[in-house]
Design a protein around this ligand. Structure first.
Ligand SMILES: [Zn+2]
Length: 319
């Protein structure tokens, strides 16, 4: 008796599958729905979550911005895929019926530009600096593969599309729909990274030069010396509103404490030790737990690796 019938076995499998599904659903973060946050006048930000790329956040774990002009919307960064670009588009449509007419890429990381094609197909012009496009081109295939590992089917229909309006040089001044845009290269997180400053609104979109609330990442492609210089220049603008690459919309005081001071900390301590030819392990141990940065999210995962990269950078290029 109790020989399992095919129907029973089917039900048992279904039950196992259902509980498996529940376990996954409970472990997952809540689904992130992008929402416009008013900054000043025609300027809005869309602030993404601080965690890693996931299907729940559609790879939108970064900040975006848009400006509503008389002749259409300027969008700052286009999302991680066609799917996530449509989510950004929806958030914009909650605020204005005007179409996105211009997309500006502040950088070359996946979630800053893989949505370009979506907006281009709706008629938007895509703008980027030529150094940004260069980095995008070198990274595109790897980024699509990497993002697919994080978000799977959400990458379907995503085509890497580079700017059709490429700006040479390290700075550009544009007027789009009557709105003045000052665009400056920072080259901090990736070569060709930029910030976008709107002087009339005293608002800066820093790109990945500034992170708040979470630890800044120093990658093999990053350059803390250029980050430090760009940050010093950012201070001279004295922007009232700072939309960082990651973290809440803030002011220069928080940007200084959580990014500007961190560039200096790395250069003055870790860079100096490398120039001094101190042993690397002693140096990383000595500066392992700076009280002023320990509260930042992802500190434990990133700080030591950040120091390691800065040490190696200054060791091979002490100038
Ligand atoms: Zn970033």
């Amino acid at each position: 008796m109790n020989q399992a019938t095919p129907a029973f076995r089917f039900l048992a499998r279904l039950t196992v599958a259902w509980f498996g599904f529940l376990a996954v659903a409970q472990a997952n973060e809540p689904v992130y729905v992008p929402k416009a946050q008013h900054i000043k006048g025609p300027v809005y930000a869309i602030v993404g979550p601080l965690g890693q790329r996931s299907t729940a956040n559609a790879g939108l774990n970064a900040n975006y911005g848009f400006v509503i002009t008389d002749s259409g919307v300027i969008l700052i960064d286009s999302g991680a895929s066609a799917h996530s670009a449509a989510l950004l588009d929806k958030a914009i449509k909650q605020v204005t019926s005007k179409p996105v007419r211009w997309v500006l890429n502040t950088g070359s990381q996946d979630h800053r530009w893989l949505g370009n094609d979506y907006f281009a197909r709706q008629g938007a012009q895509i703008h980027a600096m030529s150094a940004t496009v260069q980095t995008q081109k070198a990274a595109a295939q790897q980024q699509i593969a990497g993002m697919t590992r994080f978000v799977g089917d959400q990458m379907k229909g995503t085509v890497p599309k580079h700017a059709d309006q490429v700006h040479e040089g390290s700075e550009a001044s544009l007027t789009l729909g009557g709105v003045a845009v000052q665009w400056v290269q920072t080259n901090a997180h990736y070569p060709g990274d930029t910030w976008i400053y709107l002087p009339a609104q005293s608002t800066v979109f820093t790109g990945d030069l500034v992170y708040v609330d979470r630890m800044l990442g120093v990658l093999p492609q990053s350059n803390v010396r250029q980050g430090d210089q760009a940050f010093a220049r950012l201070r001279t603008l004295a922007p009232q509103q700072v939309v960082p690459g990651h973290g809440r919309v803030t002011d220069m005081a928080q940007a200084q404490k959580e990014s500007g001071d961190y560039y200096r900390f790395l250069i003055d301590n870790v860079g100096a030790a490398a120039r001094n030819m101190d042993p690397i392990t002693d140096t990383l141990d000595k500066f392992a737990a700076p009280a002023q940065f320990k509260h930042l999210q992802n500190f434990d995962e990133l700080h030591r690796a950040n120091m390691n990269r800065v040490f190696v950078d200054f060791e091979s290029n002490p100038q």
